[in-house]
Design a protein around this ligand. Sequence first.
Ligand code: ADP
Ligand code: MG
Length: 257
Amino acid sequence: MIDNHSRFANDSAEALRLENVRKVHGADGSRVVALDGVSLALRAGSFTAVMGPSGSGKSTLLQCAAGLDQPTDGRVFVAGAPLAGGSETALTKFRRERVGFIFQQFNLLPMLTVLQNTTLPLRLAGQKPDEGKAAAVLARLGLGDRLGRLPSELSGGQQQRVAIARALVAEPAVLFADEPTGALDSRSAREVLGLLAEAVRRDGQTVVVVTHDPVAASYADAVLFLADGRIVDRIAAPTAEAVAERMTHLGDDDAEH
Ligand code: ADP
Ligand code: MG
């Protein structure tokens, strides 16, 4: 993944920028301000955790940053390029070329093998799937002997690792993960976070992950805390203890530990 020089021209390259992003969900009667002026800039090769109480806007933030949803106001840049407004085609192209997304429920296709799931984004992007590269990424994630299996034959932790492999082979400028470990036991959860951290250290992958687990968050370089649609705090070089303390302070009552 380090062969893509245009993506990370130097260490200080900016992978993600949000300028005063607002997102209002719903129509007149039921307007919900999910994001209330969020600005941030993330360096390429950084690993950021996003935390905050339920309903604080974490998922909306990731969806707007990834082009899965459009901000009501403000601007989003991924690897220096503006998130194209307007046509659905432009958004789809933006997503395929620049971002990866990992969901809590893995979202693997049940009829495709592990290897086929992993090469799918490349095929969708019209590229010739490099099965050797996909197999190498899967092997690095501990799935080298599972290439021909179906998702239903794997544990939850293994399925999430397939989803990570699928995201990594596309070499996104930013990889977003929204509570990727929410459906896993705590051991598999920390394993998954460890693998994301390794992709950051090894390949300079930029990762943004939402988690409720202070230990998981301590794998990140920095933790952003959201409350009521605003970034209210930031901890650099977080320890699990510092994160847990801050979450209690913010009143997050559904932390997993
Ligand atoms: P979090 O991920 O931190 O739990 P969300 O981003 O999912 O928070 O939600 C932020 C706020 O926006 C909440 O009040 C939620 O109910 C509201 N919200 C999220 N998505 C929608 C939607 N599609 N329509 C209406 N309201 C929404
Ligand atoms: Mg959420």
